[in-house]
Each structure stands twice: as C-alpha cells, then as structure tokens.
Design a protein around this ligand. Sequence first.
Ligand SMILES: C[S@@+](CC[C@H](N)C(=O)[O-])C[C@H]1O[C@@H](n2cnc3c(N)ncnc32)[C@H](O)[C@@H]1O
Length: 341
Amino acid sequence: MARPFHDNPEKGVVREHWDTPLLRYLHDRFRVRYRYLGLPGVDLIDVNLWRDMIDEVIAFEPPGRLPNRRAAIDQLRLNMRIRNIPGIAYFGSFEEVVMLRKDFDGQHYSQNKLITLYNLDFCDEITSKVETQEHGKQVWRFEAIRQILRDQAVCFQREGSPRHFIMLLTIRNQSSGAKLHHLLTGPALLAEAKEHRQSCSVSNPFHDNSNEPLIGTHTWALKAVVFNYLLSYFNNPCLSTLFFPGVMYNGTPVAVGRGRARTTIPSPMLHWVVLCRFAEPEQVSPACWPSRYLGRSCVSVGGDPPLFWSPQTGETDGSPLAPNPVAWLEEHGSEVLRGLL
Ligand SMILES: C[S@@+](CC[C@H](N)C(=O)[O-])C[C@H]1O[C@@H](n2cnc3c(N)ncnc32)[C@H](O)[C@@H]1O
C-alpha cells in the first residue's frame, strides 16, 4: 500500500531545475511533445508543470489506506477531468496493471502509441513489494519495467517514430546489504558495475548478509544496480541511451512504528533521467553515453545554488560549472540526439 504523497521543496527543485529545463529544451528546440506514462499522484504536480508540452497522460494510482481505498484514484480521475487532461488513470499499482493487463476496476490495459515520457516516480525502494489483487505482495518492479519496454518496442515496430523517449526514474535511497549483494552478484552484472562494486567496497562496504536498512549511505551501490539493470534491459529492444547524473534529494520524512515506538525516518531519494533512442535496424548493439558513467559525480539539491555536484564513493569531482542537464546533453548527447538534430 503506497503512502500518501506529500510534496516538498527539494522535490520541487528536482522537478523545476533539473527535469523541466531538459524537457522544455527538447520541446522548444526539436518540437518534442510528450505522451506521459507514470505516477503523477493525485495532484498531478508534474503534469501541471509540463501541461503545455503534454498531449496525453496514462496514470496509475494504487488503493490507499482504509477506510476509503478509492479516495486517491477517484480524486486523481476527478482532477484530470476538471483540468481537461486527456488520458486515463488506472486503479492499481503500475507493476500489477502493466503485467496483468487490467486494473482493480477491470479496465483493460494496453499500449497503442509510443510513450515519449515515462515518469516512474516511486516513493519506495527499487525492490519494494507491491500489493496485487490475486497474487499477494510481489516484487514486480523489474519485470514491469521490462514489460513497458517490450510494449514500447511493439509500438515502435508498428509506427517507426518517434525514435526518442525519456525515462525519469525515482527511488528511495535505501536498501539492505543482503539485497544489494544479491543485485550486484552473478553473470548479469556488467563489467563496469562489477569493477565499481569491487573498488567502492574497499572504502564503503556493506555486509552481504545483513537485512538492516542502509538509509542514504550507499548511493554508489544503488546507482550501480539501476545502471546495470536498465542497461541490460535496453539491450533488447536495441536502445541507445544517455544517462544524466543521478540527483540526490530529501523527500518528506516518513512515520514508522506504532504507539510509543512511533518515529520518523528521513527519506533520501535518488532520481535519474535517461534519454533513449531506438537504434536503426542495421545497428548491431546499442551504445550508452557518457563513458565511465558510474565514476561520474552525482548531484545534490542544496540551497543557493539549488543544485551542486556531490561526488559519492567511487566518483570523481563534477565540472567547475554548476550542474545543468542541458549542458550535459550538449556535452555528451550529440550521438543520442541523431534523428532529432
Ligand atoms: C512521488 S508521488 C508522484 C509525484 C509526482 N510525479 C510529482 O512530480 O509531483 C507517487 C505517486 O504514485 C503513487 N504510487 C506509489 N507507488 C506506486 C506504484 N508502484 N504504482 C502506482 N502508483 C504508485 C503514490 O501513491 C503517489 O500518488
């Protein structure tokens, strides 16, 4: 069951100073328009901000807490109607709906047009379980991301354009040593992620068997997990990609425990933007930019300036200039932009 979303100033900085300049640049310079699939939340703050660039919204909202588990989805649907936002809101977790192809109301889910903007704006861990109607609680996030990429590939085969899309992904900067060990082991691990684990484990190790939550302390490991898994999913369909620096910010603290043991814990979050491009049929394998991504600095949300380079374990310093997603695109994006330029 998802906790109600509370906006906060740091999330506002990420939306307005990181995502928006890039979306607006692509829209103004290349006339890119957005077909949004994601988690806008009841208040649709992101959609409202990008409304003039968005043609359609495909939204998901899971059942809330008792007594009225429909409160959030009903309000989201009402807000879309009142604000004249074309699209559809599915009642259920993103994972369950895209995998089982129907929501809690029995609405059928399918993708019939290319999505140009995914906003996978999760509030919890990358491995969090979601509640499903028929299968109990499941860790379906990885498979659901694979599924939307399969759906997207089918649409691309049929329509042939647009070739580009953007994926925004946000997760809680939290996991346990045992989970990180599981995710960063085995043959599926790319050489870059393996090397990164080896070098970072010297200065900032975790215990492979521990289930204690590591809250905000092992950004290097979650970054390696996300990079490793997304990149392997992008192999098929053949998608070339530009990864933007990971952005670290503090979400609204969450209350945990009951009675006297009730307390709040911080919500460090991690956010990525990835610009994706379907390869030409003759391309043998996809490319990924920039090189040595895992060793490049993350960005943090601060005061003035609102964003600053913030190298984590295993990362080198950022550039002397303040982080800027459009400057990053101009520096590293000439190849991925092919077809738009
Ligand atoms: C972080 S908020 C969205 C914020 C919004 N994108 C913005 O920029 O203001 C995430 C929303 O999605 C819902 N949510 C969380 N996990 C979900 C999941 N796995 N599937 C569908 N909705 C989810 C939450 O209830 C919440 O309303």
